[in-house]
Design a protein around this ligand. Structure first.
Ligand code: SME
Length: 137
C-alpha cells in the first residue's frame, strides 16, 4: 500500500467513526481542492453514495466554503438557494474548512436528516478534527 492509500484509509475511518458516534451525523465526507483546478474533489466519505464527487468553487455550500474560508452552518437546507441536494432526506448541513499551513485546502462536510442540529460545539469539535487531519496530510 502506498502512502496515499494509507491516508485515504485513515480519512475513511474518521468519517465512519464520526457517523457512528454522533446520531445526527448521517453523511460525513472530506472534500479537497483538486490539484490546480478551481474545484473540490470528494476523497473519503461514510454514508450514501453521492453523485457530487466534483464541486466547482462557488457552487453549493461546499463550493462557497472553498472561497469564503469560513464555517457554514445550514439549519435548513431548503432555505438555501445556492445548495446542491444529495438526498431528499437531508435537512441540514455543516461545512468546516480544513487549513494546512494557513491555506484552505479542503473541508469536512456533514449532512443531517435532523432539522437544525448543529451547535457551536459541533463547530469547535470539527475544527479540532480538521486540525488533527491536517497533520496527517
Ligand atoms: N450539499 C452539498 C453538496 C455535497 S453533498 O452534501 C454530499 C453542497 O451544497 O455543497
Amino acid at each position: 500500500t502506498n502512502p496515499q492509500e494509507t491516508t485515504d484509509n485513515k480519512l475513511l475511518q474518521i468519517c465512519e467513526l464520526l457517523k457512528e458516534a454522533i446520531a445526527y451525523y448521517d453523511w460525513v465526507g472530506f472534500y479537497f481542492k483538486n490539484g490546480d483546478k478551481e474545484e473540490l474533489k470528494l476523497r473519503s466519505y461514510a454514508g450514501e453514495e453521492t453523485d457530487h464527487t466534483i464541486i466547482p468553487f462557488g457552487k453549493g455550500i461546499c463550493g462557497q466554503v472553498a472561497v469564503s474560508n469560513k464555517n457554514f452552518v445550514v439549519p435548513d437546507v431548503q432555505a438555501q438557494d445556492n445548495y446542491i441536494a444529495c438526498s431528499i432526506s437531508v435537512k441540514s448541513e455543516i461545512v468546516i474548512p480544513l487549513f494546512k499551513n494557513g491555506e484552505n485546502i479542503g473541508q469536512i462536510d456533514i449532512d443531517s436528516e435532523t432539522p437544525d442540529p448543529f451547535t457551536e460545539e459541533d463547530e469547535r469539535f470539527l475544527e479540532f478534527v480538521n486540525q488533527e487531519v491536517a497533520k496527517i496530510l
